[in-house]
Design a protein around this ligand. Structure first.
Ligand SMILES: *Cc1c(COP(=O)(O)O)cnc(C)c1O
Length: 492
C-alpha cells in the first residue's frame, strides 16, 4: 500500500484543535459572563486596525496564532449590543446558547436551501411556532432569512407579483404604468432601498405624513392613493410599521387592513421588533397583524437570537411560491433532480432569494426551547417596564425632558436649560451624545424630532437593569452640566 499524497483541510492533529476549541469555549463563556465589566464600546485601536492591513498569506498559520490575533484585535472591539448599557439603534443582546447553536450549525454546515435534510423540518417547526406566537394564520408560508431588511424585501416582492396585473417575472417592468407603494415618514430606510432593488424606483414610494402619535395619517394615505389612480399609476402596496425605530409607534393595522381590502391593495407590515408585543399585555396593538398579507419579523432583536436571523411570512402560499420559484404556475410539483423525498418541498430556496444558506433555524429553535414563550414574554415586559421607568426618571429631572410619548421600549429625550435657545439646544445635545458615546460607559443614539435633536434610548436588552438606566440619567446630567458650564465660560 502506498501512502496517500492527498491532503485535506482538516487538522493534522485533532487533539491540538480540541484543546484550542476548549479554550475558545472557556474564553467566550467568560466574555459573555463578564461583559458588564468591560466598556460598552471602544474604537479599534491602531494595532487592531493595522492587524487588518496585512498582505495576503500564501502559506498557512497555526490556529493557535490566529486565535491569539482574534483575542487581541477582534474580541475587544464589538459594536456593543451584548452589553447591559447599550441602547443605541435597535439590536438584540444574543444568548450564550445561541452562540453554541451557531457553532453546531457551522459544524454540520448543512446547506439549508433544499434537499430532504433536517434543516427544512427545523425551519418549518420554528415558523409554525412563530405563527402561533404572533397569531398569524397557520396556512402562511415563510422563510428564515438574515434580517428584517431581507424579510421586508420578500414581502414587497410578493406584493409586486400579486398586484402588478401582469406576469412581472416573465415580462419585467418595461413599458408598464408605474406601480406605487405607500408608507409613512417613520418607516425604516429599508423601504427606500428595496423599492429601488425591485425596479419600482424611488419615485414610486409615497412617504405619507404621520399624526402626533407618529402613526400613518390614514386620510393622507387615501388621498395619495386616489391621486395616483387618477394619474394612471397602479397602487400595489401599503407598508405599515408595527414598532417604528424612532419612537416605537404602531400604525393602525385594523384601519389599514380595512383600507387595503376595499382598495384591493397588499398590506405588508414591517414588524421587525414590534411583533413580539404579541407576547405581552400590549398584544392589542398587533391584533390585526393576522390580516396583513405579509409580515417581516426579526429574531435577532427582541428574541435575542444571535445575528442574523429573521423571517418573512406570507398569507398567500401560491403567490409566495410564484414570486421566487423558477417553476411555472402549472408545475407546482414535479419530479426533482435533487436529494430525497418530496416531503421536504417547497424548499426554502424557492421562497426567498438565497440558494446556499446556513441552517439559521437551528439557533431559533434552540433559543425558543431554552426560554419558552414565557421566558420571552417576561424579558420583553421587563424592557417595557424599564422604558417607563427611564421616562419617569427623566421627567423628574428639571434639566431633562421627554420628547415623544413612551408607549413601547424607546425613550426620546434631551438635556435642556431655560437660558438656551432651540438651535443651541440641538448642538448641545449633539455634543452631549458624542461625549457619552466616546466615554464607552453607556451607548445611546439620536433622532431628529420635528427639528429637535433628541437623545434616544431603545431598550432591547435582556441584560439591562434599572441601575444601568439610573447611571444613564446621571451621566446625561453630568455631561450636560459640564457642557453648559463650558458654554457660559465662553459667553463670559
Ligand atoms: C431593525 C429594523 C429593520 C431592519 O432590520 P435588519 O434586521 O437590520 O435588516 C427594519 N425595520 C425595523 C422597524 C427595524 O427595527
Amino acid at each position: 500500500m502506498v501512502d496517500s499524497v492527498e491532503s485535506s483541510l482538516d487538522p493534522s492533529n485533532w487533539e491540538d484543535l480540541r484543546l484550542l476549541g476548549h479554550r475558545m469555549v472557556d474564553d467566550m463563556i467568560a466574555y459573555l459572563r463578564d461583559v458588564r465589566n468591560r466598556p460598552v464600546w471602544q474604537s479599534p485601536d491602531a494595532d487592531a486596525r493595522a492587524a487588518f492591513r496585512k498582505p495576503l498569506p500564501h502559506t498557512g498559520t497555526s490556529p493557535e496564532e490566529i486565535y491569539r490575533d482574534v483575542v487581541d484585535h477582534v474580541l475587544p472591539y464589538p459594536l456593543g449590543n451584548i452589553h447591559p448599557r447599550y441602547w443605541a439603534w435597535m439590536n438584540g443582546t444574543g444568548t450564550p446558547l445561541g452562540m453554541f447553536a451557531d457553532m453546531l450549525c457551522s459544524g454540520m454546515n448543512s446547506g439549508a436551501g433544499g434537499g430532504d435534510q433536517i434543516g427544512i423540518y427545523v425551519e418549518r417547526q420554528v415558523l409554525d411556532w412563530c405563527k402561533e406566537m404572533l397569531g398569524y394564520p397557520s396556512i402562511a408560508t415563510g422563510v428564515v432569512v438574515s434580517g428584517a431588511s431581507i424579510a421586508n424585501f420578500i414581502g414587497l416582492a410578493v406584493a409586486r407579483t400579486a398586484k402588478a396585473g401582469f406576469d412581472v417575472n416573465r415580462e419585467g417592468l418595461h413599458g408598464r404604468p408605474q406601480m406605487t407603494v405607500y408608507t409613512s415618514t417613520e418607516t425604516h430606510p429599508w423601504v427606500d432601498r428595496m423599492v429601488c432593488q425591485l425596479g419600482l424606483g424611488l419615485s414610486a414610494l409615497r412617504r405619507v405624513p404621520v399624526n402626533d402619535a407618529y402613526e400613518m395619517d390614514i386620510g393622507a394615505l387615501r388621498s395619495a392613493i386616489d391621486a395616483d389612480r387618477r394619474a394612471g399609476r397602479t397602487p400595489i402596496c401599503v407598508v405599515a410599521t408595527a414598532g417604528a425605530v424612532n419612537t416605537g409607534a404602531f400604525d393602525d393595522l385594523a384601519q389599514l387592513a380595512d383600507l387595503c381590502e376595499s382598495e384591493q391593495l397588499w398590506l405588508h407590515v414591517d414588524a421587525a421588533f414590534g411583533a413580539w408585543v404579541a407576547l405581552t399585555p400590549l398584544r392589542d396593538r398587533v391584533a390585526s397583524l393576522s390580516r396583513a398579507d405579509s409580515i417581516a419579523v426579526d429574531v435577532h432583536k427582541w428574541m435575542h437570537v444571535p445575528y442574523g436571523c429573521a423571517f418573512a411570512l406570507v398569507r398567500h402560499p401560491e403567490v409566495h411560491a410564484l414570486t421566487f420559484s423558477q417553476l411555472g404556475p402549472q408545475q407546482t410539483t414535479r419530479a426533482r433532480a435533487g436529494i430525497g423525498s418530496t416531503s421536504a418541498e417547497p424548499w426554502p430556496s424557492e421562497l426567498g432569494l438565497e440558494l446556499g444558506r446556513p441552517m439559521r433555524a437551528l439557533k431559533l429553535w434552540m433559543t425558543i426551547r431554552e426560554h419558552g414563550v414565557d421566558g420571552f414574554a417576561a424579558s420583553i415586559q421587563q424592557n417595557l417596564d424599564q422604558a417607563a421607568y427611564l421616562a419617569e426618571k427623566i421627567r423628574s429631572c428639571a434639566q431633562l425632558e421627554v420628547l415623544a410619548p413612551v408607549t413601547l421600549n424607546i425613550v426620546c429625550f434631551r438635556y435642556r436649560h431655560p437660558d438656551i435657545s432651540e438651535p443651541d439646544l440641538n448642538s448641545l445635545n449633539q455634543q452631549l451624545l458624542e461625549r457619552l458615546q466616546d466615554s464607552g460607559t453607556v451607548m445611546i443614539s439620536w433622532v431628529t424630532m420635528q427639528g429637535r435633536f433628541a437623545l434616544r434610548a431603545g431598550i432591547c436588552n435582556h441584560r439591562t437593569r434599572c441601575e444601568d438606566l439610573d447611571f444613564l440619567v446621571q451621566e446625561v446630567q453630568r455631561v450636560g452640566g459640564e457642557l453648559l458650564a463650558a458654554r457660559s465660560t465662553v459667553a463670559r
